[in-house]
Design a protein around this ligand. Structure first.
Ligand code: DAK
Length: 258
């Protein structure tokens, strides 16, 4: 499918979505967020896709929601139409593994979108921030909640109250990103990681993601019980039998995703 604001490609079981409004630093307008949701819908349904990478064209992942589109909204526009809520949460509800490859600015809604992904790989040029306070608003797509869970209260509070950006090294130190890579290696390494994930059993990878995500939503005891139930259910899959047989027979596993 051809999009106005996205580039989409596949490499075997890996899908890559590139946010593609580089002249506007990939500012997230309604069209882009809608198209992103459409592509995620399509790949969630597609059994050939095992992992998805989200990245940005040019010098940004995304510099936030499109301020030029947003500035004219009245309170009743924002509240009445449930401003950008309808389509914004799609990345967070995507059921397959989703990697953010952040190559430059990830600000405001861009940082929030990256944090909705399962993990973030950053280039050395990445910059993260929640600068909404400079615009007379605050983070509105989960920034005050997710950033606090990633980096702790002190740093999240400082960033949301001052609008300061953090560089890739600080983001890695603070636990916001899983790894920092040279800019020219970011996409290749993200693809290698995605291929590795996509080579695992699809349902087991999805359940693993679901279980890690549950740690944010539950008390420890409930989370461990949720994990236990999913773990037990894995013994009903062909892939558990195959994975363990392959280990014992000293050969690579051939998962059937069943
Ligand atoms: N929106 C629209 N255009 C943007 C933009 C943005 N967020 N960021 C950059 N651009 C445009 C610039 O206007 C400029 O366009 P032209 O002037 O060339 O037409 C072009 O991109 C290049 O930007 P600059 O010329 O400014 O480039 P610099 O290198 O000088 O500066 C910068 C880069 C990233 C420091 C600067 O562009 C900047 O500060 N951008 C704004 C960053 C920002 O404030 N982001 C937060 C936006 S508020 C919600 C969901 C989401 C949100 C809220 C609610 N719900 C679900 C309810 C999110 C809100 C936000 O993200």
């Amino acid at each position: 499918m051809a999009y106005e604001t996205l580039l989409v490609e596949t490499d075997g079981p890996v899908g890559v979505i590139t946010l593609n409004r580089p002249d506007a630093l990939n500012a997230l307008n309604d069209k882009l967020v809608t198209e992103l949701g459409q592509q995620l819908d399509a790949w969630e349904r597609d059994p050939a896709i095992g992992c998805v990478i989200l990245t940005g064209a040019g010098r940004a992942f995304a510099a936030g929601a499109d301020i030029k589109e947003m500035r004219v909204q009245s309170y009743m526009d924002a509240y009445g139409n449930d401003f950008i809520t309808r389509n914004w949460e799609r990345a967070a509800s995507f059921r397959k593994p989703l990697i953010a490859a952040v190559n430059g600015f990830a600000l405001g809604g861009g940082c929030e979108l990256a944090m909705m992904c399962d993990f973030i790989l950053a280039s050395e040029a990445a910059k993260f921030g929640q600068p909404e306070i400079n615009l007379g608003v605050m983070p509105g797509a989960g920034g005050t909640q997710r950033l606090t869970r990633f980096v702790g209260k002190s740093k999240a509070m400082e960033m949301c109250l001052t609008g300061r950006m953090m560089d890739a090294a600080e983001a890695e130190r603070s636990g916001l990103v899983s790894r920092v890579l040279p800019a020219d290696k970011l996409i290749d390494e993200a693809k290698a990681v995605a291929q590795k994930i996509a080579s695992q059993s699809r349902p087991i990878a999805m359940m693993t993601k679901e279980s890690v995500n549950a740690s944010y939503e539950t008390m420890l005891r409930q989370g461990v019980m949720f994990e236990r139930r999913l773990f037990h259910s894995m013994f009903a899959t062909d892939d558990q039998k195959e994975g363990m047989a392959a280990f014992v027979e000293k050969r690579p596993a051939k998962f059937s995703n069943k």
